[in-house]
Design a protein around this ligand. Structure first.
Ligand SMILES: *[C@@H]1O[C@H](CO)[C@@H](O)[C@H](O)[C@H]1NC(C)=O
Ligand SMILES: *[C@@H]1O[C@H](CO)[C@@H](O)[C@H](O)[C@H]1NC(C)=O
Ligand SMILES: *[C@@H]1O[C@H](CO)[C@@H](O)[C@H](O)[C@H]1NC(C)=O
Ligand SMILES: *[C@@H]1O[C@H](CO)[C@@H](O)[C@H](O)[C@H]1NC(C)=O
Ligand SMILES: *[C@@H]1O[C@H](CO)[C@@H](O)[C@H](O)[C@H]1NC(C)=O
Length: 648
C-alpha cells in the first residue's frame, strides 16, 4: 500500500550538469491562470465539499480501503468542509485542528453538456493544496502534487461524463519531512507509560501554523484542441520607448499566432505575427510603484490569438513595462532609486486559516494603502494569484518568496531537498514570471547559512533561478542574531542582502537603548563585507493589544512603538547610503504552533489578527506617509528628466 502512495507522490528528478542542478522532466508546460475568454470557459468548484480525515493509526485506511472508488460519504462519516479554506480551525474538534496525515475531500458536479464536443479540452486546476496531494476523477487518478502554495492541473477531457454527474476525490497530506519545503520532522513517541500506542507528533521548523487542506480555488476550464500553453515576457526601456520581448508556447500542430497590445483605453498600439518577437511602444507609460509616480501601475493588455484552421484560442495578459536592476548600493526601478517601505505578511486569518478569502484580501490592501506601504514580501510562501493581480494593478512591489523557510539541518540541505527546492523555484517562476509587481525572488527565509553545506546548496538554487530569469535580482533572508557576516556561506550569491534582526527582543530583551547602535553597526558591516544593497527584511516585537506600561515593558504597545522608533533612527542614517528598504515583522498577528513563547500565536503584528491597529500602526503610518511625500516629490522631478534620457 505504501508503494502505491510513493509511486504517485514523488516525481523523479535528476540532472547533474557542470556542477549545478538542472531540472528535467518534472515540470513541463505552462501554468497560465485559468481565465475566461472568447475561447475558454471556467467553472469554479468552490463551496462545501465532503470531508473526512483519515484517523486510522497509520493514516493509510483511505488508500487500503480505496476511498476514491466511491463517494466518500459511503466510506464513513463525513462533514461539510468549505473550499477554499484550511480545515484546521473551522470545527470544534481539537484533533482536526492538530491533525497530521491524509485528509480526504470529495465533491460531485455536472460537467456541462456543451463541453463534450470533440473540439474541446478540459483541465482541472488547483490553485493550491497543502502539502502532498493526490486527485482522482471518477475514481481514476489524474494528478499528484508536492508542495503547498503553487498551482497544479491535469487534463481530464476523456475522464468526464458530459451532461452527467462526476466525482472528484482529493487526498491531502500535511506531513512535513526533512525534504519538504518547508521542512519538518515527525517524532514517534514509543514510551507507552507516557504516550498512547502509536503516538507521534509533527515538529515544525517554522514559526507559523501548518494550515492545511484545499486552501485556494479549484477550477475546471476549457480550451480548444490547439491552445496557448504559456506566455513568457520581459520588458526593457530605452528612453521613452518600452520594448516587450515575448515568447508564446502552444499545443500543438500548425498554427497562426498574432499578438496585439492594447493600452489602458483599449486602443490597439502594436501588433506582431509569430510565436517569438518584440512589441515596441513609443512614448510608453511605465509601470511604477504607486509611491514613485502620479500615474503608477500602468498596465497594457496583451491579447494572444493562436489559430488553427479557423479555430482560435485567445488569452489576455496584463503587461507592465518596467525594469529592475541593482547596483552595489541601490535598487533601481525604471532606472530610478527605489526605497521599499512595507510589510511582511502571512495569508493568515481567524477561522479560515490560509484559505483564500476575497473580503480579507481587499481589507489587507486597504490597510496597506492606509499605512502607505509600497510593497511586501510574501513571507514565507507564494501568495494566491488573486493577491498578486492586485499588486500588479495597484503598484505594490513584491519580493516573491518561496516556501524555503526553516532550512536548518544537514538533511534539509541534501540532494533530495535541493532537487525539490529547484523544482519549487521553477514552479514559482512559471506562475509569477510575467508580473511587473515581482521585483525580486527570495529563495528562502532564515536558512542556516553558516553551515558549510549552505554554500553549494544556495549557489545551485540561485544559479537555477538566474538561469530561468536573468532580469530579476535574487535574495534570501539572513537571520543575523548576531553573527559576523564573514561566517555566512551563502550571502555571496545574492544581489540584495535581506537581514532579519530582533535587537532588544530575542537578544538583549528589554534593552531598547541598544537597538540603534546595533542596527547601525551590523547593517554597515554586512554592506562592507559583500558590497551589496541592504534591506531590513524583518524587525519586530510581540505586542498584546491593550497592554500598556510606561516606561515601556516588553509586550506592551508602548514598547513596540519605542522599538520601531529606535530602528527607524538607524534606517534614516543608512538610507542616504546603501540601505534600500524596511519591512516590518509583521503586518498582522498570526497563528503559530503552541509554545511557551507564543500566547495564542505570534503577536508581532502592527494590526491584530482581526485587522485593527495597535499603537505602532499609527507610528508606521506617519512614517510611511511622509516617506511617500519625499519620494513622490523627488520622483516627479526625476521623471521629467527621465523622459528625455535613456535610463537603462
Ligand atoms: C502522510 O502522512 C503520514 C502520517 O503523518 C506520514 O507517515 C506519511 O509519510 C505521509 N505521506 C506523504 C507522502 O506525505
Ligand atoms: C528575456 O530576457 C533575456 C535576456 O535578458 C532573454 O534571453 C530572453 O530571451 C528574453 N525573452 C523572453 C521571452 O524570455
Ligand atoms: C494561417 O493563415 C493563412 C493565411 O490566412 C492560412 O492560409 C493558413 O491556413 C493558416 N494556417 C493555419 C494552421 O490555420
Ligand atoms: C549531492 O550530489 C553530488 C553529486 O553526486 C555530490 O558530490 C554531493 O556530495 C551531494 N551532496 C550532498 C549534500 O549529499
Ligand atoms: C503628505 O503630503 C500631503 C499633501 O501635501 C500632506 O497633506 C500630508 O500631511 C503629508 N503627510 C505627511 C505624513 O507628511
Amino acid at each position: 500500500m505504501m508503494a502505491s502512495i510513493q509511486q504517485v507522490v514523488f516525481p523523479f528528478i535528476v540532472c547533474l550538469l557542470h556542477g549545478f542542478l538542472i531540472c528535467q522532466g518534472a515540470i513541463t508546460g505552462g501554468m497560465l491562470y485559468a481565465k475566461e475568454s472568447e475561447s475558454r470557459e471556467v467553472k469554479e468548484l468552490n463551496g462545501l465539499w465532503n470531508f473526512r480525515a483519515d484517523k486510522s493509526s497509520a493514516r493509510d485506511e483511505g488508500f487500503t480501503q480505496k476511498w476514491f472508488m466511491q463517494s466518500l460519504a459511503k466510506t464513513g462519516a463525513v462533514i461539510d468542509m468549505p473550499v477554499p479554506c484550511s480545515y484546521n480551525d473551522v470545527t470544534q474538534d481539537r484533533t482536526l485542528r492538530d491533525f497530521v496525515g491524509w485528509a480526504w475531500y470529495d465533491k460531485e458536479f455536472i460537467a456541462p453538456n456543451s463541453w463534450g464536443s470533440t473540439l474541446n479540452r478540459v483541465f482541472l486546476r488547483f490553485e493550491s493544496a497543502h502539502y502532498n496531494t493526490v486527485v482522482w476523477v471518477n475514481s481514476k487518478q489524474v494528478v499528484t502534487h508536492e508542495g503547498g502554495h503553487l498551482p497544479f492541473e491535469a487534463e481530464v477531457t476523456s475522464l468526464l461524463n458530459y451532461g452527467q454527474e462526476n466525482r472528484i476525490t482529493v487526498a491531502v497530506n500535511n506531513t512535513l519531512t526533512p525534504d519538504t519545503l518547508p521542512p519538518g520532522t515527525v517524532t514517534h513517541k514509543s514510551d507507552t507509560k507516557r504516550y498512547p500506542p502509536g503516538y507521534y507528533v509533527q515538529n515544525l521548523q517554522m514559526d507559523f501554523f501548518n494550515y492545511a487542506g484545499i486552501q485556494r480555488p479549484v477550477k475546471l476550464y476549457t480550451t480548444p484542441l490547439v491552445y496557448i500553453d504559456d506566455i513568457t515576457i520581459n520588458t526593457t526601456i530605452s528612453g521613452s520607448t518600452g520594448i516587450i520581448d515575448f515568447s508564446i508556447a502552444h499545443i500543438s500542430g500548425a498554427v497562426n499566432v498574432t499578438v496585439e497590445l492594447f493600452d489602458a483605453a483599449n486602443q490597439l498600439i502594436a501588433k506582431y505575427s509569430g510565436t517569438k518577437g518584440k512589441l515596441t511602444v513609443k512614448n510608453a507609460k511605465f509601470w511604477w510603484p504607486y509611491t514613485m509616480s502620479d500615474t503608477p501601475a500602468y498596465l497594457y493588455k496583451m491579447k494572444v490569438n493562436v489559430s488553427s484552421s479557423g479555430v482560435h484560442d485567445i488569452y489576455r495578459l496584463p503587461v507592465g513595462i518596467r525594469t529592475v536592476k541593482t547596483t552595489d548600493k541601490q535598487f533601481l526601478i525604471n532606472g530610478q532609486p527605489f526605497y521599499l517601505h512595507g510589510v511582511n505578511k502571512h495569508e493568515d486569518a481567524d477561522i479560515r486559516g490560509k484559505g483564500l478569502d476575497l473580503p480579507l484580501v481587499i481589507k489587507d490592501f486597504s490597510l496597506l494603502k492606509w499605512l502607505g506601504a509600497n510593497g511586501f514580501r510574501t513571507s514565507h510562501y507564494p501568495y494566491a494569484e488573486e493577491i498578486m493581480d492586485l499588486c500588479d494593478k495597484l503598484g505594490i512591489v513584491v519580493i516573491d518568496e518561496s516556501p524555503g523557510v526553516g532550512i536548518k539541518t544537514l538533511e534539509n540541505f541534501d540532494n533530495t531537498s535541493l532537487a525539490h527546492h529547484i523544482e519549487v523555484m521553477t514552479e514559482m517562476w512559471r506562475r509569477d514570471k510575467n508580473r511587473p509587481s515581482v521585483v525580486m525572488w527570495s529563495v528562502a527565509n532564515e536558512p542556516n547559512s553558516k553551515a558549510s553545506v549552505a554554500g553549494p546548496y544556495f549557489k545551485s538554487v540561485i544559479a537555477h533561478v538566474k538561469s530561468l530569469d536573468p532580469t530579476r535580482p535574487v535574495t534570501f533572508t539572513i537571520a543575523d542574531m548576531p553573527f559576523p557576516p564573514q561566517l555566512d556561506q551563502a550571502a555571496q550569491y545574492v544581489d540584495v542582502l535581506c537581514i532579519n534582526t530582533y535587537y532588544a527582543w530575542y537578544s538583549d530583551p528589554g534593552h531598547l537603548e541598544v537597538i540603534t547602535l546595533q542596527a547601525n553597526n551590523d547593517l554597515v558591516e554586512w554592506h562592507k563585507e559583500f558590497n551589496k544593497p541592504v534591506i531590513q527584511s524583518e524587525y519586530g516585537a510581540d505586542t498584546i493589544p491593550g497592554f500598556h506600561v510606561d516606561p515601556p515593558l516588553m509586550f506592551t504597545e508602548e514598547y513596540q512603538v519605542e522599538f520601531l522608533k529606535n530602528y527607524h533612527a538607524a534606517f534614516d542614517q543608512l538610507r542616504k547610503d546603501f540601505f534600500v528598504g524596511e519591512l516590518i515583522w509583521n503586518f498582522a498577528d498570526f497563528m503559530t504552533d503552541q509554545s511557551v513563547t507564543r500566547a495564542v500565536g505570534n503577536k508581532k503584528g502592527v494590526f491584530t489578527r482581526q485587522r485593527q491597529p495597535k499603537a505602532s500602526a499609527h507610528l508606521l503610518r506617519q512614517r510611511y506617509q511622509s516617506l511617500i511625500n519625499d519620494t513622490l516629490t523627488n520622483c516627479n522631478k526625476h521623471n521629467n528628466i527621465v523622459k528625455s534620457n535613456t535610463i537603462l
